[in-house]
Design a protein around this ligand. Structure first.
Ligand SMILES: [Zn+2]
Length: 125
C-alpha cells in the first residue's frame, strides 16, 4: 500500500516506480519476511510488532520496509545494490533514517539506536 503522507519527500530522494517494483519483489522473497534488526534481537517481526516486541497498534505502521544499510546519498550503485538492502520494521527504519540525517550514530546508543544508559526509560521494563 502506498503511503501518501510520505510520497512527495520520498520521491524527492529519488524513489520512483522502479524502486517500488524492486522493493515489492524484495519483500516478497521468503528470506525477507522479518525485520533483520528485530531478528538479530531474537524477535520475529513481520511488521506487526514494535521493536520492543509489543504489538504495533498503529495500522499505518504495520508493514516492513526496505532500508539501505549504507546510506546511498544519491549514489545509484549503492541504491540498487541488493546486498546493501535490509528488511526493517518502521521503528528500525525510523532510527536508521534519523541516523542518516544526522550523518552519524549518536554516542550513547547501541547499533539499534537504543540508549545504553540503564536509567533511560526505554531500558526500564
Ligand atoms: Zn525491527
Amino acid at each position: 500500500m502506498a503511503k501518501p503522507e510520505s510520497r512527495s519527500s520520498a520521491r524527492q530522494r529519488g524513489y520512483d516506480t522502479r524502486w517500488e517494483k524492486a522493493r515489492k519483489a524484495f519483500l516478497a522473497k521468503p528470506e525477507n519476511q522479518f525485520c533483520e534488526r528485530c531478528n538479530a534481537a531474537g524477535l520475529l517481526n513481520v511488521g506487526n510488532l514494535r521493536m520492543d516486541g509489543s504489538a504495533q497498534t498503529n495500522p499505518r505502521r504495520i508493514h516492513l520496509v526496505v532500508n539501505h544499510r549504507i546510506p546511498h546519498k544519491g549514489d545509484q550503485r549503492l541504491f540498487w545494490d541488493r546486498s546493501n538492502w535490509e528488511v526493517a520494521c518502521p521503528d528500525h527504519h525510523d532510527i536508521r533514517i534519523q541516523q542518516e540525517e544526522r550523518g552519524k550514530i549518536r554516542s550513547g546508543t547501541d547499533i539499534n539506536g537504543r540508549p545504553l544508559d540503564p536509567n533511560h526509560p526505554w531500558n526500564k521494563a
